[in-house]
Design a protein around this ligand. Sequence first.
Ligand SMILES: Cc1ncc(COP(=O)(O)O)c(C=O)c1O
Length: 400
Amino acid sequence: MAFLSDTLARVKPSPTIAVTQKAAELKAAGKDVIGLGAGEPDFDTPQNIKDAGKRAIDEGKTKYTTVDGIPELKAAICAKFKRENGLEYTPKQVTVGTGGKQVLYNALMATLNPGDEVIIPAPYWVSYPDMVLLAGGTPVPVAAGIETQFKLTPALLEAAITPKTKWFIFNSPSNPTGAGYTREELKALTDVLMRHPHIWIMSDDMYEHLTFDGFEFVTPAQVEPGLYDRTLTCNGVSKAYAMTGWRIGYAAGPVELIRAMSTIQSQSTSNPCSIAQWAAVEALNGPQDFLAANRLLFQKRRDLVVSMLNQAKGLTCPRPEGAFYVYPDISGCIGKTSAGGTKITDDEAFATALLEETGVAVVFGAAFGLSPNFRVSYATSEAALTEACSRIQAFCAGLS
Ligand SMILES: Cc1ncc(COP(=O)(O)O)c(C=O)c1O
C-alpha cells in the first residue's frame, strides 16, 4: 500500500514559495539579494486594526466562534458589499474563512466532481489549478497574452466552454499581471456567461482596492445582476489592509453553496481565528482613508518599475491597472546567453540566471501558465526597486 495519496501526486508545491526560499538561502550565504517575489504589502497593519485585535484578546474573545464567522463580521461584510459594490447580501449568504485561499478551496471542494472543468484565464494565480486538482476537477487554462493586455476576450471564453464546465474563475485586478477589466470588458464576458446557465462564476476580488489612475473596479454580479444567483464573490482583508498574516478571507453567494462551504470548513479547520475576526471587523467598519494613500504609493512604484523595465533591452512591460505586480514579456531575450554564460532557453533559465548573477529574485512566467515572462512584485521600497531594475537593465544589456 502506498504511503502517500494519489491526490498528492496531482499537485505541486507553490513555485512562488520555492523562489522565496532560494532567495533566502542566497541571502543567508551572504549574497546581496533583492526580493521581488513576495505577494504581500511591505507596510504594517494599520494601528486601529491592531488595537482591535489586542482588545479582543483582553476582552477574552479567544474561544471557538461560529464555524463560518461571527455575526459582527458577517454584518460588516454585508455592509461592505453594499457600500463598495452595490451588492445586497444577507449574513446567511456570507462565509468567512482562514484567508481568501481557504474560501476558494472550500468552494471547489464543495462543488467539484471528477470530470468537472474549471476555466482559468492564464496567466493565473498559481493556486487555482492545483486547488481544482486537489478537489478532483480538471483545470482548463485559457491563455490571454500580451496582445490583449493579458485579458480574456469573449471569443476565448466562449471557445473554452463545454457541457462539463462547472466554474469560471475571474480575477481582476490580476495576480500575476495586475490587469484590471473595465466595466465594458467584463460585461462582454458576462454576456457570454448569460448564454451558458450551467456555469458558476467565482470572482476573486482580492486586489479590489489596489487600482490606479481612477480605474473603476467592478465585479461580475454587479455588472450583470442576472448572474447573481450563480456567482460567488470572494474577497478578503489580506492585501488591502496589509493583513496577510491574520488570515481572514470571505465570500458571498447563494445560501446553498455557502452552507456547503461551511460544512467543508467545519470538518477541517472550524472557525477562523477569533482575534483576527475582530480585527477584520475594525478593518471593514473603521476609517478607510489609508486605502487612498496606499493606492498613490503603489501607483508611483508601478510607474517607476514599468518605465525602467521598458528601458531594459529585450523586455516589453505593459502598464497594468492594479494590484502590485507587473509581468514583462522577455521574448527578446530568449536564445541569448547571459554574461555569466547561461543560455536563456526559457523564462525559468532567465529568472535563475538573473538571481545567480545579479541577486534579483523574480518568479518565472511558467509558474503562472504563460511564458516567456516573469513576475515582479513591486511591494517594496522605491530605493530597492530602482536598484533591482538597474540590475535587470544591466543583465539584459549583457545578453549576447
Ligand atoms: C489572486 C489571489 N487570490 C487569493 C489570494 C489569497 O489571499 P489570502 O492571503 O487571504 O489567503 C491571493 C494571495 O496571494 C491572491 O493573489
